[in-house]
Ligand binder design. Structure first.
Ligand code: ARG
Length: 467
C-alpha cells in the first residue's frame, strides 16, 4: 500500500508475511487518542522552539484533530503495512495537512513516542482504577454498616476458630482494597514522568523544550536519562504487580462468596440477577460471578510474568521485543476494571443469612478460647488453662455436648476456679464484645473502624472530584 518511512535505505519491499508478523496495529490502535495528544503537544513545542513555524504547527494540529474524529467515528482504515498507530496517524496526516506533515516527526522517534503514549494511557487507567476501588470500598463500608449485628465464625485453617462480626470480616477486605488504592496511587507517581525528547535513545540535536511539552501534557517531571526513557517499562510492571495483588484480594473474597453460598455453608445468597443456572441440573443456582473473578486472576498474574520475562536481560535501549508489552497491559486493565465494576454491582445484592451464620457460631467449641481466658482471669496461667479446656472439649466431644451445654458440676470437674458466671462469658455476645483490643472485633471497635473508613472514602472521593 503505502511507502515506508525507511524505504530510502531498502532495496526490496517488506515481505507481506513480515508485515503481518511485525504489525501491532490491531492492538495499539486503542492508544490513538493519547498518540494524538502527544503529537499536538510536540507540535506546539516545535513551534515555540522555532523548529517549525506557528502556521505549520497549526495546520498539523488541525489535521491531527481530523484524524482523531475519523478514528472515533470508525471512518479510519487500518492496515498491517503501516505497522502501528504512530505510523498510521503520521501517514494519514499527509492527506489532511499536505507536505507539512513530513515535519511532525522532527526531534522525535517512535521509541520515545510509544513510551509517552503508554504513560498517558496508564495514567488515565490508574486514575480510573483508583476511583473504582474507592467506590468499591464505599460499598463495603455501607454493607458493614448495614450488617453490624451479624456474627459468624471466624476461621483459621478453615476450621471454626472464634466468632467475629460479619462487618469485621468485610472491613478486612476494606483494608486490602485500601492498600491496593495506595499502590496504584504510588505507581502513578512513576508513570507520571514525561519521556518525549529522548528521541531514538540519545536525545536530539534540535533545541527542544522538554519542560514545555511536559507542562502541556500535565506531567510534573521529565525523565532524566534518554536511554532509560525509551527502555524503561518498570512503571508497567509496577502497575501489573499492583493489579495482581488486587486480584489476589478479589480471588480470596470470591472464594469466600462461593463457599458461603454453597448448601454446606448457606451463609449468603447471591441474588438471581447475579447468578446463573445449569443447562442440565434444574435445581442449580451457580455463583458464576465470583467464580469468574477468581478465574480471571490467572490472566492478570500471567500479564505480570509476561512483562517481567519480556524485560529480563534486554540490552539498552529500545528493542522491538517491547512492542509485546501492550496486549498484557490492555488485557489487565480490562479485566481489573470489569472485576471492580461487577463487584460494586453484586455486593449490595447479596442476601445475608444471619440465622445460619449464628447457628454456625453456636457449635464447634468456638468458645474454647474464652473459657481459657476465663480461667486466666481467675488466676490460672494460660498454658494450664489451655490444657484444662482441652480436656473439657474432649469430654464434650465424647458426650456430644458443647462447652456451654455442660452443667456447672461438669465444668467444675475440670477446675474448681469455675463458677456460675462462666456461662455469660461463653455467650456469643460476650465473646465479641470482650475483644476490645485495637483492631479487634468488638462492636465498638468495628463501628469506629466503619466511621473512620466513611471519612476516608468521602475525603478520597472529594479529592478525586476536585482534581
Ligand atoms: N510499535 C512499536 C512499539 O510498540 C513502536 C516503536 C517502534 N520503534 C522501532 N524502533 N521500531 O514498541
Amino acid at each position: 500500500m503505502s511507502e515506508k518511512p525507511w524505504d530510502g535505505r531498502f532495496a526490496e519491499k517488506t515481505d507481506a508475511a513480515v508485515e503481518a508478523f511485525t504489525s501491532s496495529i490491531d492492538i495499539d490502535k486503542r492508544l490513538y487518542s493519547y498518540d494524538i495528544d502527544g503529537s499536538i503537544a510536540h507540535c506546539k513545542m516545535l513551534a515555540k522552539a522555532a523548529i517549525i513555524t506557528d502556521e505549520e504547527s497549526e495546520s498539523l494540529i488541525v489535521g491531527l484533530e481530523k484524524i482523531r474524529e475519523e478514528i472515533s467515528d470508525g471512518k479510519f482504515e487500518f492496515s498491517d503495512c503501516l505497522e502501528d498507530i504512530h505510523m498510521h496517524i503520521e501517514n494519514r496526516l499527509a492527506t489532511h495537512a499536505g507536505s507539512v506533515s513530513l515535519k511532525l516527526h522532527t526531534a522525535r522517534s517512535r521509541n520515545d513516542q510509544v513510551a509517552l503514549d503508554i504513560r498517558l494511557y496508564l495514567r488515565d487507567m490508574s486514575r480510573k482504577i483508583i476511583y473504582g476501588l474507592v467506590q468499591l470500598r464505599k460499598v463495603l463500608v455501607q454493607m458493614a454498616e448495614r450488617h453490624i449485628d451479624v456474627v459468624l465464625p471466624g476461621y483459621t485453617h478453615l476450621q471454626r476458630a472464634q466468632p467475629v462480626l460479619f462487618s469485621h470480616h468485610l472491613m478486612a477486605y476494606y483494608e486490602m482494597f485500601t492498600r491496593d488504592t495506595r499502590r496504584f496511587e504510588e505507581g502513578l507517581e512513576r508513570i507520571n514522568v514525561m519521556p518525549l525528547g529522548a528521541a531514538a535513545l540519545a536525545g536530539t540535536t534540535y533545541p527542544i523544550d522538554r519542560a514545555y511539552t511536559a507542562s502541556l501534557l500535565d506531567f510534573p517531571t521529565v525523565s532524566e536519562n534518554s536511554m532509560d526513557s525509551v527502555s524503561d517499562r518498570d512503571f508497567i510492571i509496577e502497575f501489573l504487580a499492583a493489579a495482581s495483588l488486587c486480584m489476589v484480594h478479589f480471588s480470596r473474597f470470591s472464594e469466600e462468596l462461593v463457599l458461603w453460598s454453597s448448601s454446606e455453608f448457606k451463609f449468603i445468597e447471591l441474588s438471581d440477577a447475579f447468578s446463573t443456572g445449569s443447562s442440565i441440573m434444574p435445581q442449580k443456582k451457580n455463583p458464576d460471578v465470583p467464580e469468574l473473578v477468581r478465574g480471571k486472576t490467572g490472566r492478570v498474574f500471567g500479564s505480570l510474568i509476561s512483562l517481567l520475562t519480556l524485560m529480563k536481560s534486554l540490552p539498552l535501549a529500545y528493542n522491538r521485543d517491547m512492542q509485546e508489552d501492550k496486549a498484557p497491559v490492555f488485557d489487565t486493565v480490562e479485566t481489573l476494571t470489569a472485576c471492580i465494576d461487577i463487584y460494586i454491582r453484586m455486593l449490595p445484592n447479596i442476601k445475608v443469612n444471619q440465622e445460619q451464620m449464628e447457628k454456625a457460631v453456636s457449635t464447634g467449641y468456638i468458645n474454647a478460647t474464652d473459657m481459657a481466658d476465663y480461667l486466666v482471669c481467675q488466676g490460672m496461667p494460660f498454658r494450664e488453662a489451655h490444657g484444662c479446656v482441652g480436656k473439657a472439649v474432649s469430654y464434650g466431644l465424647d458426650h456430644k455436648k458443647e462447652l456451654h451445654d455442660l452443667s456447672l458440676d461438669e465444668l467444675r470437674s475440670f477446675s474448681d476456679l469455675i463458677n456460675e458466671d462462666i456461662f455469660l462469658e461463653l455467650t456469643t455476645g460476650q465473646m465479641i464484645e470482650r475483644r476490645k483490643s485495637y483492631g479487634g472485633t468488638s462492636t465498638h471497635n468495628v463501628r469506629a473502624a466503619i466511621a473512620r473508613a466513611e471519612i476516608q472514602v468521602s475525603q478520597e472521593i472529594r479529592s478525586i472530584k476536585n482534581n
